[in-house]
Design a protein around this ligand. Structure first.
Ligand code: ATP
Ligand code: MG
Length: 796
């Protein structure tokens, strides 16, 4: 039976190669093969096998070939039960017969001619059926997960829905929580044998309501009561411990035999915990003690649950701050979706999640506190300060740990709801804006007071020393580039591990995100199925392949099929040089789109001259007061707006083989004698991207206004319509465009790098978003027309 061959024996039991699961014993194997997963996969596998055995692979078709054509044609070899087409490319098809004999008949036919096509017919390749388990939504493979979620996210109606979706997809599932609880119970049973009255308490993301799939399991071994019973432990543990034999045959009482808990050092206790884990807890492996951590910890891995676990001893402050996070989630339902979203953003931008625990990045606890602090500082506040929470609690809720006051209400109901009604989309943008401007260097973030304390005030605060009378404030927190005081352990900076660079990266990422959140791409769902909202926010490069600060790229691919015959002939004659010829044509068209279609003012240009169809030419002809030919580049660079305002325009050289240096004196050649790539400085004073569709519709509807001619002319009139109706931008947008030709013969493309020189109105991203599809389409139209003869562009 096939199921039998799927089960392999391993040194630790069995393994099902079909479902890729380990099974500890024969009875679980029996159950597994009868189970739904194994049955479904077996059925899929046998269906695929039948299909393989009944079908042939057909190539040589084209995009016009239909399923019906193929079914008709292959019917001569036997009954055709199905035809599967490779729809996208129209390159191949799978033809399935009812009888296997038909395959032989089809294969033995030497020539397959169908509707003028020579078909090639081959046997199907025999592929082994492989089950690829679904990706889990954890942050380790976040990019893959987000790629997978992208279509769903883009289909949602608004950013609020996207934020809620992220929360749902990443949060811990009920089954995962149950599995964790079971492990906690098991550990509790084992540890209580050795440490009577001890408690194993989960804390951190497994229980603080911010857990994600596969987050670690943080545990505290609370030995508070155990010290009292240590003699009892030693005597009573022996009989039970004796039952628990280690791998090496020693009984477990040897673990305890020479440890006196009352005098044991923390390191000795951790060794003890590690020994118990190794010897007495099934499925636990990779146990090791990390004594160098701020709080020494025993790390382990649970094989069956594929779970990383950490055990610290007597870490009651962490249990309490976990309760605090739980309370905040209970009080304010907008907190969780925001934290999940900000965690994704931070992870994607490599701002959080130190790969091996220690490192200069924010950890998730610190990041969550930053979100809470922001919410405390909203207007009106979304969450109260920790001091306010203390005032809201009753006497029984008073809690002091290691001298630190950790009092807050045990139930969210005790906290009055916030008067702030901002939605998630606004709050997320607010988070970025808040930290984009935050003065990290001179402040200490205090969630307790809900405000940033100036560092100078903080350092000379007398009462710092009185915060914790049992632990006088000798050293104070380790202050650094980013200071976030723990809400309870006030001598601890939870972001003390960050260095200057990581703090700067965090702030820069907030500034970029803030800018993005002001753009239409963040706020408005794309009607063309493009990335928008969170999807672009999560793209590490900022969406449109951001390379340098603020620089955005737009590509114009080489599409020979879209070119007119005359131009194709020209390119063919150019041989190896076809790229330069095409590049030059594209650059000429780009210039023309900016100038004649979008009515940008040309401040300066350098590089090729575009004698035919060039905007420079067109504008030179049309310009009533052309600028001086020898305008110095520095004039243009230093003050593009002023030179544009004065109508200063630099005309390109008439010598098409030479490029002009910005100094305008010598032709600029690279060392190898090649022309340097061209660039332009432009000014746009109007929001020519806004509401184009409406203006276009009106133009086309209104018979009197209906423009004659090409789409370029229509688009130029649309621009003029906007310029007439819309107000000028508060400040003109000055930007630079650089062109490069890149790629191999097949993948040749022109890459345009766009960079803002001055964008006081904050519109650059919107402009580029509009240009992304618009510019390549316009260039394509211009190239198509170029061959039709010297057609002057639309003029004003
Ligand atoms: P995740 O494990 O998903 O990264 P987490 O919140 O569990 O998130 P850990 O680094 O595992 O983060 O920390 C576990 C818990 O330990 C935190 O929830 C917090 O209670 C406490 N903790 C972590 N870092 C600090 C810190 N720097 N200062 C104080 N307590 C901390
Ligand atoms: Mg954790």
């Amino acid at each position: 039976m096939e199921s039998e061959s799927d089960i392999k024996t391993t040194p630790r039991g069995f393994h099902c190669v079909l479902c890729k699961v380990n099974l500890p014993n024969q009875s679980s194997v029996d159950q597994h093969v009868k189970g739904r997963k194994h049955q479904t996969l077996s059925n899929v596998r046998s269906t695929r096998k039948t299909q393989e055995q009944h079908s042939v692979f057909v190539s040589g078709i084209n995009s016009d070939t239909s399923q019906a054509d193929l079914a008709d044609y292959f019917q001569q070899f036997g009954n055709v039960s199905d035809v599967i087409m490779d729809k996208d490319k129209g390159v191949f098809a799978i033809v399935q017969f009812s009888q296997t004999e038909s395959i032989e008949a089809a294969l033995s036919c030497v020539k397959h001619k169908m509707k003028g096509l020579n078909l090639r017919v081959k046997p199907r390749e025999k592929k082994e059926f492989k089950y690829i388990p679904k990706q889990k939504c954890d942050l380790q493979n976040l990019q893959q997960v987000l790629d997978h979620l992208k279509p769903q996210l883009c289909q949602l109606p608004c950013v609020n829905a996207q934020i809620q979706y992220i929360e749902k997809r990443f949060q811990l599932g009920d089954n995962e929580k149950k599995a964790r609880n079971l492990l906690v119970e098991l550990l509790q049973e084992v540890f209580v044998e050795f440490f009577p009255d001890s408690q194993i308490l989960p804390f951190g993301s497994s229980v603080n309501t911010f857990g994600i799939h596969s987050c670690d399991l943080d545990l505290v071994l609370d030995l508070e009561n155990t010290k009292v019973f240590q003699a009892h432990t030693r005597t009573t543990s022996e009989p039970q411990a004796a039952e628990c034999m280690s791998d090496d045959g020693r009984s477990e009482d040897s673990i305890l035999s020479d440890i006196d808990l009352s005098t044991a050092s923390p390191a000795e206790i951790l060794d003890l915990v590690a020994a118990i884990l190794r010897r007495c807890v099934p499925s636990v492996h990779k146990v090791h003690v990390v004594s160098s951590a701020r709080l020494p910890v025993v790390k382990f891995h649970h094989r069956e649950l594929n779970l990383q676990g950490d055990i610290t001893v007597n870490n009651r402050l962490a249990v309490r701050n976990t309760r605090f996070l739980q309370l905040c989630s209970g009080v304010e339902e907008r907190l969780r979706p925001l934290v999940y979203t900000i965690r994704c953003w931070a992870k994607q931008n490599q701002l959080a999640g130190n790969p091996s625990g220690a490192g200069p990045l924010l950890n998730n606890y610190a990041l969550t506190l930053l979100v809470i602090f922001f919410l405390q500082n909203c207007e009106p506040p979304v969450l109260p300060t920790v001091d306010r929470l203390k005032d809201m609690s009753c006497e029984e809720e008073e809690c002091v740990i290691e001298g630190w006051n950790c009092t807050f209400p045990s139930q969210p109901i005790a906290v009055p709801p916030s008067g702030n009604t901002q939605d998630l989309c606004t709050l997320l943008a607010g988070f970025f804006s808040f930290y984009a401007k935050f003065d990290f260097a001179s402040s200490v973030i205090s969630l307790r007071e809900g405000r940033a304390i100036p560092i100078t005030d903080f350092l000379c605060r007398k009462d710092n020393k009185e915060e914790n009378p049992t632990r006088p404030y000798q050293s104070g927190p380790r202050l650094g580039p980013l200071n976030v005081l723990d809400p309870f352990e006030l001598s601890h900076n939870v972001a003390g591990n960050l260095n200057e660079r990581s703090q700067k990266c965090f702030q820069k990422a907030c500034q970029d995100a803030e800018k993005y959140c002001r753009s239409l791409q963040y706020l408005r769902k794309s009607t063309k199925g493009k990335s928008w909202g969170l999807v672009r926010l999560f793209t590490p490069s900022g969406g449109v392949s951001q390379t340098k600060e603020d620089e955005l790229n737009i590509s114009i691919p080489f599409k020979p099929s879209a070119l007119p015959e005359a131009l194709r002939g020209q390119l063919q004659t150019a041989g190896e040089e076809f790229r330069s010829v095409w590049f030059e044509k594209v650059c000429g068209s780009v210039e023309r789109v900016f100038q004649s279609v979008l009515r940008c003012d040309l401040v300066f240009s350098s590089g090729f001259a575009f004698p035919e169809n060039s905007a420079a030419e067109v504008s030179a002809e049309m310009e009533t007061s052309p600028g001086p030919l020898n305008t110095s580049a520095n004039d243009g660079m230093d003050s593009p707006t002023s030179s544009a305002a004065a109508g200063a325009k630099r005309r390109l050289s008439d010598d098409s083989d030479m490029s002009i240096s910005p100094q305008g004196k010598k032709p600029r050649m690279s060392k190898r004698g090649k022309r340097e790539p061209p660039y332009w400085l432009w000014v746009q004073k109007h929001p020519v991207w806004a509401g184009r569709r409406k203006v276009r519709r009106e133009l086309i509807k209104d018979a009197d206004l209906r423009p004659e001619g090409s789409c370029l002319e229509i688009e130029a009139q649309v621009t003029d319509g906007i310029i007439e109706k819309e107000e000028e931008l508060k400040e003109p947008l000055d930007f630079k465009v650089q062109a490069h030709v890149v790629g191999e013969t097949e993948s040749t493309k022109v890459e345009l790098k766009l960079e803002p020189c001055s964008d006081q109105a904050g519109v650059f991203q919107d402009f580029v978003h509009f240009l992304e599809p618009f510019l390549p389409k316009m260039v394509e139209s211009l190239l198509a027309k170029a061959a039709g003869g010297a057609e002057n562009g639309p003029s004003r």
